[in-house]
Design a protein around this ligand. Structure first.
Ligand SMILES: NC(=O)c1ccc[n+]([C@@H]2O[C@H](COP(=O)([O-])OP(=O)(O)OC[C@H]3O[C@@H](n4cnc5c(N)ncnc54)[C@H](O)[C@@H]3O)[C@@H](O)[C@H]2O)c1
Length: 352
């Protein structure tokens, strides 16, 4: 599958490295509205530097556009690529608004192209191991989930953090555990959320001051059909000890996934009747860190096998509706219903 990267910012090099490491994928070229960024990445990976998105879309050899642009550009770039007959994998969020996300789902169906979306870290070894343990009843019937995305002050490492602050920690990182949660337990039905800004004035690495428009600390309670969850997301606390997901079962047993993102995270279970957690071996040797190309490999296999791909646009659209409901809940100071649904993904074959 020939892949072109659109958007050559902070994450693009890690994507390019992961794409290069996988047999079914070939990185053919890259583009960015800032040409120097694309030129640098193209030179580093010895691939084509496309002058514009239109040039990528005009290249008949490109099968998939990987949308690594800033969140506000996701929907228009994805729509253009689908209309040009390309499959698309988009970084999160799939769109900023739920109605836009639905339009993309519909467009992909109309033009008969695949649309997949990050976060896809459920495809990791630790995450698949945790999911299998939950399905196998290792902690009994799970009724409560705690999820924590403490991502720290991202301006301390990200060279251009404003675009991510414009969407806030829920959209940037909260969607990782949210996607795992909903894949495991089905759609969210209702949310109640509180958001505030702990540190409204920030400074970039290059010394530019900027003000936050979106809360940097958000706590949300989410009701699913069988599970109630509490999700905390911040762009302030970095070294909070709560950084993953806890699954609590009816008979007092619990499972701890230490990271929703790292494929080699620890998976821990409480011992029988005990209060301490013990590590569980993962189902297979994990990729160290996050394999950003894994949803692309999955997409390539799904196309080849003529089946649905796992990181679905429908689920990503549901997550966008949840994000909108969370914002409304904060604005209206009350709980908000969520209506959309999606077909849940299947576990990976080696984890069934
Ligand atoms: N940085 C990370 O660690 C990280 C990790 C996981 C996911 N992501 C996601 O990846 C995406 C990109 O994040 P980033 O940190 O690399 O952002 P970034 O701002 O560093 O890079 C985005 C790039 O997209 C380019 N761009 C914007 N609009 C464009 C358009 N219309 N056409 C072509 N290029 C365009 C920008 O010029 C910029 O170079 C975001 O959705 C983010 O949520 C980032």
């Amino acid at each position: 599958m020939n892949v072109a990267i659109v958007g050559c910012g902070s994450i693009a090099e890690r994507y390019a490295e992961c794409i290069r490491a996988h047999e079914p994928l070939t990185l053919v070229g890259v583009t960015d509205t800032i040409p120097e960024r694309a030129a640098t990445l193209a030179a580093a990976f010895d691939v084509r530097h496309y002058g514009s998105l239109a040039d990528v879309l005009a290249d008949a050899t490109v099968d998939v556009a990987v949308n690594l642009t800033v969140p506000e550009a996701h929907a228009p770039v994805t729509a253009a690529a689908l209309e040009a007959g390309k499959h698309v994998h988009s970084e999160k969020p799939i769109a900023l608004r739920y109605d836009e996300a639905l339009e993309l789902v519909e467009l992909a169906r109309l033009v008969d192209r695949r649309l997949s979306s990050s976060p896809a870290t459920l495809l990791g070894e630790a995450q698949q191991t945790a999911w299998k343990l939950v399905r196998d009843g290792a902690v009994g019937d799970v009724r409560v989930v705690y999820a924590d995305a403490n991502w720290g002050r991202i301006e301390s490492w990200h060279p251009s953090p404003q675009a991510l602050y414009d969407v806030g920690p829920l959209v940037d990182v909260g969607v990782y555990p949210l996607t795992i949660l909903t894949a495991m337990f089905g759609p969210v039905q209702r949310v109640a959320s509180y958001g505030t800004t702990v540190e409204p004035e920030r400074v970039t690495l290059s010394g530019d001051a900027f003000s936050l428009r979106v809360p940097d600390f958000i706590v949300t309670v989410l009701e699913l059909e069988r599970v109630v969850a509490r999700l905390t997301t911040t762009f302030w606390v970095r070294h909070g000890r709560q950084r993953g997901m806890e699954f609590h079962g009816v008979d007092g047993r619990s499972l701890h996934l230490t990271s929703f993102q790292e494929f080699d995270a620890r998976v821990e279970l409480t011992s029988d009747g005990g209060d301490t957690y013990e590590s569980v071996p993962l189902l297979r040797d994990p990729y160290p860190g996050t394999d950003w190309a894994r949803p692309l490999v999955e997409l390539a296999e799904a196309i080849d096998e003529g089946r649905a791909h796992r990181a679905s646009a429908e689920q990503a659209a549901h997550v966008v509706e949840v994000v909108e409901a969370i914002a409304r809940s904060q604005a209206e100071d009350g709980s908000v219903e969520v209506r959309s649904s999606f077909d849940p993904p299947l576990p990976l074959r080696w984890a069934t």
